[in-house]
Design a binder for this molecule. Structure first.
Ligand SMILES: [Zn+2]
Ligand SMILES: [Zn+2]
Ligand SMILES: [Zn+2]
Length: 364
C-alpha cells in the first residue's frame, strides 16, 4: 500500500508530503505579489541589463511576474529587448511606444525568414497601435513570400494582442480591457460570478446534468466593463464538451440560458448518477474584489480569470460567432483543476450582439 498524505493547506489527498501543486503555486504567487516597489525596480533593472536572458529562457519568472502581477514592463525594457533583436515572447511589446513599434515594423518589412516574420507579427499584435494595424492590413492584402510558410493571416496573428481587423482594415477589439480573478470566497454573499451550477435538464449525449459553468452579472459594478446590463450565462455538458471545436450556448440577460445540442464532435461516457456534482457545485469561487493586471491569468496556469488575456495552452483560439460570423471576444478562463474536475482549461468566448457564448477546452 502506498502511503497517503494530505496537503496541510487545503486537505487534498496527496502521494507525497508537502503542499499540493495548487497551494504551492498560490504560495509562490503570494510571494511575487508581495514584492516591494524597490524589489520590482531591482528585478526590472536586472532584466534590462540582461535582457538576452529571455532568449535562453522564455519562461523567466521575473519577467512574467513583472508583467502579470505588477504590470511593470517599461519602455526602457522594451527598447532594450528591441536592441537585442528579441522578438519572443511577444508580450514584452504590449502597448510599446511608437518608436518601438516603428522599429518592429521595419524589422518585419525587412525579414525574409518566415519564423521571424511570425514572431514579429505577434510582437506587433501586442504593440497594437494604428501603425501596427495599418501594416498588418497591408501585409494581408499584399502578402510577402514568407506568408506561404505561415498557417494563418496577419488578421489572425492580431488575435495574440486581443484584436483583429476586417477587409477594409477596420479594427475590432477581441478582449476586454479589465481583468478580475476568480478567488476563493463566500458564495452566499457574492453572486456576481458563479462557477459550476448544475441544472435540472440533462445532456442528450451522456444523460448527465447540464451545468451553467459560469454566470456573470453585468449589473455588478465590477463587471460593468462587459457592457451588458444583465446576466451572462455559459451552459454546457462538461462531460461531453468537445475537444476539437467549441460548444455553444445562448443566453438572455434575465438569466436564461440554453446549451446548443447536439455537440457535433464526440460525447462523454453515459452517466446519470450525478456523481460528484454536489461537490463541484459547492466550489468556493467568487469574483475578486479588485481588478488585476490584464495579463494576470496569462501565464501562470492555476488561475481562473474574467476579462484580460488568457493563458492559452495551445494557440490562441478565437472562434467565429455561429450567428453573425464575426470573431467572438475572449471572456473568461476556468481551470478545471481548481474544481478538481479534470485537467486543462475551459475558455469561454462571447458575441455580445448575438448573446451567444462558446466554450472550448485545451490541455497539455
Ligand atoms: Zn493544497
Ligand atoms: Zn453529456
Ligand atoms: Zn454574433
Amino acid at each position: 500500500m502506498r502511503e497517503m498524505y494530505r496537503c496541510p493547506e487545503c486537505g487534498r489527498e496527496l502521494r507525497y508530503k508537502g503542499l499540493c501543486w495548487s497551494c504551492k503555486a498560490e504560495q509562490e504567487r503570494r510571494e511575487m505579489l508581495a514584492w516591494t516597489p524597490e524589489q520590482i525596480q531591482e528585478k526590472l533593472s536586472g532584466l534590462i541589463q540582461h535582457v538576452e536572458r529571455l532568449e535562453e529562457d522564455a519562461w523567466d519568472k521575473d519577467f512574467w511576474a513583472l508583467l502579470c502581477y505588477h504590470n511593470a514592463i517599461t519602455p526602457e525594457l522594451q527598447r532594450a529587448a528591441l536592441a537585442a533583436e528579441l522578438y519572443y515572447p511577444s508580450e514584452i511589446y504590449y502597448r510599446a511606444p511608437a518608436d518601438v513599434g516603428d522599429a518592429l515594423v521595419q524589422a518585419l518589412l525587412e525579414t525574409e525568414d518566415s519564423g521571424e516574420a511570425g514572431n514579429l507579427l505577434c510582437c506587433l499584435a501586442m504593440q497594437g497601435d494604428d501603425r501596427a494595424l495599418e501594416v498588418l492590413h497591408e501585409l494581408e492584402e499584399h502578402p510577402r513570400p514568407w506568408r506561404k510558410k505561415l498557417y494563418v493571416d496577419p488578421s489572425v496573428y492580431a488575435h495574440t494582442g486581443g484584436w483583429t481587423f476586417d477587409k477594409a482594415g477596420a479594427r475590432r477589439q477581441l478582449n476586454f480591457d479589465t481583468c478580475y480573478p476568480l478567488i476563493k470566497g463566500d458564495r452566499s454573499r457574492d453572486k456576481a460570478a458563479q462557477v459550476f451550477r448544475p441544472r435540472e435538464d440533462r445532456c442528450p449525449h451522456c444523460k448527465g446534468r447540464v451545468v451553467d459553468i459560469l454566470t456573470l452579472d453585468g449589473r455588478d459594478a465590477r463587471l460593468s466593463f462587459l457592457g451588458l446590463d444583465g446576466v451572462i450565462t455559459a451552459t454546457c455538458c462538461p462531460n461531453c464538451i468537445p475537444w476539437e471545436e467549441p460548444a455553444y450556448s445562448r443566453f438572455t440577460l434575465d438569466g436564461g440560458s440554453e446549451a446548443v445540442f447536439p455537440y457535433s464532435y464526440g460525447a462523454g461516457e453515459e452517466d446519470d448518477s450525478d456523481w460528484g456534482m454536489e461537490e463541484y457545485a459547492n466550489n468556493l469561487y467568487v469574483l475578486g474584489t479588485e481588478p488585476v493586471p490584464l495579463f494576470y491569468g496569462a501565464h501562470f496556469d492555476d488561475l481562473s480569470t474574467v476579462g484580460g488575456f488568457a493563458n492559452w495552452i495551445q494557440d490562441a483560439n478565437y472562434y467565429p460567432c455561429p450567428d453573425c460570423g464575426k470573431t467572438m471576444k475572449y471572456l473568461a478562463q476556468i481551470q478545471w483543476d481548481s474544481l478538481d474536475y479534470m485537467e486543462g482549461t475551459l475558455y469561454i468566448e462571447i458575441c455580445p450582439d448575438c448573446r451567444v457564448v462558446s466554450m472550448h477546452h485545451q490541455q497539455t
